[in-house]
Ligand binder design. Structure first.
Ligand SMILES: Cc1cc2nc3c(=O)[nH]c(=O)nc-3n(C[C@H](O)[C@H](O)[C@H](O)COP(=O)(O)OP(=O)(O)OC[C@H]3O[C@@H](n4cnc5c(N)ncnc54)[C@H](O)[C@@H]3O)c2cc1C
Ligand SMILES: NC(=O)c1ccc[n+]([C@@H]2O[C@H](COP(=O)([O-])OP(=O)(O)OC[C@H]3O[C@@H](n4cnc5c(N)ncnc54)[C@H](OP(=O)(O)O)[C@@H]3O)[C@@H](O)[C@H]2O)c1
Length: 451
């Protein structure tokens, strides 16, 4: 006897959700798959996180879009699950299983005085703004001061520093929206201070990303390491760390060449107070750290003030709880075993997670493939025992969405918006220029002619 088709929803069209959809499809199991995203555009952080000048990286989109091209998988963009969208309890009535792939892009706080001042921004917000995320079009950071501090020693800190260091002409060749380019064109920034709380051997940069800041035409890299690198840093077995140390040691021995901008890498420095004047950032007090014999970091009490008008925290992310699912505040993830959602040690029937909401905010795009494969394997194993949906008929979900005032952006509609962005790109000599305003995105998607 042929097994009835199970209906699976994937919530989140970022890499983890799309790898999960592809894995479900490739399994040949009797499942139909729908991918829901709160935004009218797919691809999650590939579109709204990966730096605009990382054009090659974005080509992963060609792989991620495959399940939609032959219309094997349905895309329902502009559908938020939870508050302000369709409640999870209601959504469950239409599916046998739901895979949550909602990511984690809430900015973590430093917890220091002055952090709330205008001009003190999390990287989530800052990156979303320059990537044209519809939630952040209003951010428009003020770049009228020569100094900027970027806190953190991960790849996101490098992305932010590089975008601020490049010329507006270099950024015009990317997909940044017009209003973002205008702000970058007017930028008075000359000195970008990257604050690394530990030593050169502890950075989380990947060598390829670190190398890029050394190759900038518009900016010198200046290493402030208090002579640590010249003394010789402990040899690492880790190949990536060794490459980083070699690069940093070489740069530490070279004087700036007089390029218009500088990226300062300041090691063993932690921000302790954001200074303000007239309600906005006017400086940042940093404390020098030392690593104790036990390997632990401690402040020395020695302080210095950086003259900056903007502070961007790139210290990692947290996730928003998914209403209706258990949540571990400490790790910022939904408790799970290999992707099966667990509540009080029991599996929640039909609920699965993948990507950053499953394992926390780390890992590159490719990491999400193996992660999604693991989750999908669990789902397929559970398939025979999954609960049957209350409303299996295909049109019932659309009717429910309409009742909530939601008109989904399907794949054809997204392709209309995509075409408009490519058209705008052609006018600027870029592959695409993003449409960032939500109303405009929806108009283009639904084919509303411009008035
Ligand atoms: C700034 C930044 C730059 C990065 N650059 C790179 C890079 O250059 N190369 C690289 O390999 N990796 C990069 N990464 C890492 C990579 O982007 C992540 O590993 C990956 O995006 C995580 O995938 P995800 O699907 O779990 O989450 P996400 O990509 O965040 O996708 C989550 C999706 O869920 C949707 N969603 C959220 N809540 C809801 C809801 N309630 N209802 C419906 N939909 C919802 C969101 O709109 C989003 O589309 C970067 C990360 C960041 C933060
Ligand atoms: N091009 C790419 O491939 C690319 C680009 C962007 C992002 N990504 C990936 O996306 C993931 C997230 O990147 P990320 O940069 O957000 O995170 P990350 O790699 O975890 O780096 C976070 C950094 O913040 C520092 N930090 C944390 N709390 C701090 C505090 N209170 N004060 C000062 N510093 C603090 C950490 O220092 P400690 O180490 O001391 O804790 C660490 O250096 C990573 O896996 C990254 O590789 C990849």
């Amino acid at each position: 006897m042929q097994q009835a088709q199970a209906r699976v929803a994937v919530i989140g069209a970022g890499p983890s959700g799309l790898y999960a959809a592809a894995a479900l499809l490739a399994s040949g199991a009797p499942v139909s798959v729908e991918v829901l995203d709160r935004l009218p555009a797919p691809y999650g952080l590939v579109r709204y996180g990966v730096a605009p000048d990382h054009v090659k990286m974005k080509s992963v989109i060609r792989v991620l879009q495959k399940p939609f091209d032959p219309a094997d998988v349905e895309f329902l963009g502009g559908v938020r699950v939870g508050d302000g969208g369709i409640p999870l309890d209601e959504l469950r009535k239409y599916f046998s299983a739901i895979v949550y792939a909602t990511g984690s892009t809430v900015d973590r706080a430093l917890g220091i005085p002055g952090e709330e001042l205008a001009g003190s921004i999390g990287s989530g917000a800052f990156v979303s703004w320059y990537c044209g995320h519809p939630d952040r079009t209003e951010l428009r950071p003020v770049l009228d001061h020569p100094g900027v501090a970027v806190v953190g020693a991960g790849n996101v800190a490098l992305d932010v520093a590089r975008v601020l260091a490049k010329t507006a002409d270099e950024m015009a060749a990317t997909d940044v929206p017009g209003p973002v380019l205008d702000v970058l064109r007017d930028s008075a920034v000359t000195d970008i201070h990257v604050l690394v709380r530990r030593g050169p051997e502890h950075v989380k940069f990947t060598p390829a990303e670190l190398r890029q800041i050394g190759e900038l035409g518009n900016a010198d890299v200046v290493v402030h390491d208090d002579g640590l690198l010249a003394q010789g840093v402990e040899e690492s077995e880790d190949k990536r760390q060794k490459q980083n140390i070699d690069m940093l040691t070489e740069w530490a021995g070279v004087a700036p060449t007089g390029k218009p901008r500088r990226i300062h890498l300041r090691f063993l420095r932690s921000p302790v107070r954001v200074l303000g004047a007239e309600g906005r950032v006017s400086g940042l007090v940093v404390e020098r750290n030392a690593v104790g014999e036990d390997g632990r970091l401690r402040g020395t009490g020695e302080e210095e003030t950086l003259d900056v008008g903007l502070v961007v925290r790139a210290i990692g992310y947290a996730a928003e709880p998914v209403p209706g699912l258990p949540f571990d505040e400490r790790s910022g993830t939904v408790p799970n075993v290999a992707g099966r959602v667990m509540r009080d040690g029991e599996q929640v029937p039909g609920a699965y997670v993948t990507g950053w909401i499953k394992r926390g905010p780390s890992g590159v795009i490719g990491t999400n493939k193996a992660d999604a494969t693991e989750t999908v394997a669990c789902l397929l194993e559970d398939l025979p025992g999954l609960p049957a949906p209350e409303h299996p008929e295909p049109d019932a979900l659309r009717a429910a969405l309409a009742a909530h005032g939601i008109r989904p952006v399907d794949w054809t509609a997204w392709l209309r918006l995509d075409a408009e962005e490519i058209r705008r790109g052609g006018l600027r000599g870029a592959e695409r220029v993003k449409v960032a305003e939500m109303a405009e995105m929806l108009d283009h998607a639904h084919g509303v002619p411009a008035s």
